[in-house]
Design a protein around this ligand. Structure first.
Ligand code: NCD
Ligand code: ZN
Length: 346
């Protein structure tokens, strides 16, 4: 029986670090295990220009505790006013690794997102020319569309049309939650990738709603039926290089989660590697963990995998703090609901 596993140091291809006191508290939780992360730009106000991304990168670097190494891979928030030249310059200078598309109103802090896709056509064409990836939050926001159908409808009405209209554009469908998303991404070429979160491999919609409403399992896209979770598990543990880890670890203060109108987001940075090792072991796929967390993502982004390694060890159940403290209040750590036996030992 395998009880240690050494893999290349992983990266997180979709992460929310926030700013200020929350940034200070959550950054070490990711930097402890991950070398790099694609950092989401949905601050208030959002990170739209190259100059704003540079300033945010500097705040992240300043928040990193001494002795820790971590490289933030910055993103720009696509708006209908985004200037193609600014995007291209931020990419050429090495600052920015992706542009993020939020359909307006889809999720936390997405009010400045895109309403009319024709208005971002020039930016998308420039991105295709220079091979700068577009990360998409794949949900439509039409109030008539049921929240559980919003991802599937997005594929048909937005994602596929954008890709057809912009040949060569590299696109990541982020935080896939449905079999429809998995099937679409898996059927495309190597200009299409998909991220899967830790929590969507573990929870289905019952976790949110059965026996009382559980705000710490509420995130967007919302977890779907069990059959969809199983499709995600198969994709993540199956070795297909289209799929890689993007935790979407999204800290919100407990006071804002446990609320009449609770914020969307699961905070998984602290225990993600333990949860994933458990999941991959349950599916007899520990030998594929490294591909999912450390190899497929860099290959999609055209970056080298990390030189360093981490070692996971299996033993008696490990415990993590239920919450981490920030100067603004506590943030609850994702509870997978089963014991965790693997921990990063070095
Ligand atoms: C994210 C957040 O809180 O910023 N929330 C979430 O539920 N995932 C936004 C997002 O990625 O949709
Ligand atoms: Zn996110």
């Amino acid at each position: 029986m395998t009880d240690t596993l050494t893999i290349r140091r992983p990266d997180d291809w979709h992460l929310h670090l926030r700013d200020g006191a929350v940034l200070q508290a959550v950054l070490p939780e990711t930097a402890r295990h991950f070398a790099r992360a694609i950092v989401m730009p949905n601050l208030v106000p959002p990170v739209v220009t190259g100059a704003e991304a540079a300033a945010y990168r500097d705040r992240i670097r300043a928040a990193l505790p001494a002795g820790m190494a971590f490289e933030p891979l910055m993103t720009l928030y696509l708006t209908e006013e985004t200037d193609p030249a600014d995007v291209a310059a931020a990419y050429a200078g090495g600052l920015v690794k992706a542009v993020k598309l939020y359909p307006a109103g889809a999720t936390t802090n997405s009010a400045s997102g895109v309403r009319d896709f024709d208005r971002v056509r020039a930016v998308l064409e420039r991105m295709a020319d220079i091979a700068l990836p577009l990360c998409v939050h794949g949900e439509v926001t039409d109030p008539e569309i049921d929240i559980f159908d919003r991802e599937a409808v997005f594929i048909e009405t937005v994602l596929d049309p954008i890709r057809r209209a912009t040949p060569g554009l590299r696109v990541v469908m982020e935080h896939i939650t449905t079999r429809d998303g998995i099937d679409y991404v898996a059927s495309q070429g190597d200009d299409m990738g998909g991220t899967i979160t830790t929590h969507h491999l573990v929870i289905n919609r019952n976790h949110i709603l059965v026996g009382g409403i559980r705000p710490h399992y509420y995130c967007l896209p919302v977890a779907k039926r069990e059959e969809h979770r199983l499709a995600l598990r198969k994709a993540a543990t199956g070795g297909d290089p289209h799929f890689f880890l993007g935790t979407d670890s999204a800290p919100h203060l407990d006071a804002l989660k446990e609320h009449a109108c609770g914020c969307a987001g699961c905070f998984t940075a602290t225990n993600t590697m333990s949860v994933l090792a458990e999941v991959f072991e349950q599916d007899d796929a520990l030998d594929r963990l490294e591909g999912f967390v450390s190899l497929h993502g860099p290959a999609f982004y055209g970056l080298p995998p990390n030189d360093g390694t981490i070692t996971l060890s299996k033993g008696a159940p490990v415990t993590y703090p239920a919450k981490i403290a920030t100067a603004d209040g506590p943030v609850t750590v994702f509870d997978p609901g089963f014991p965790l036996h693997w921990q990063v030992s070095q």
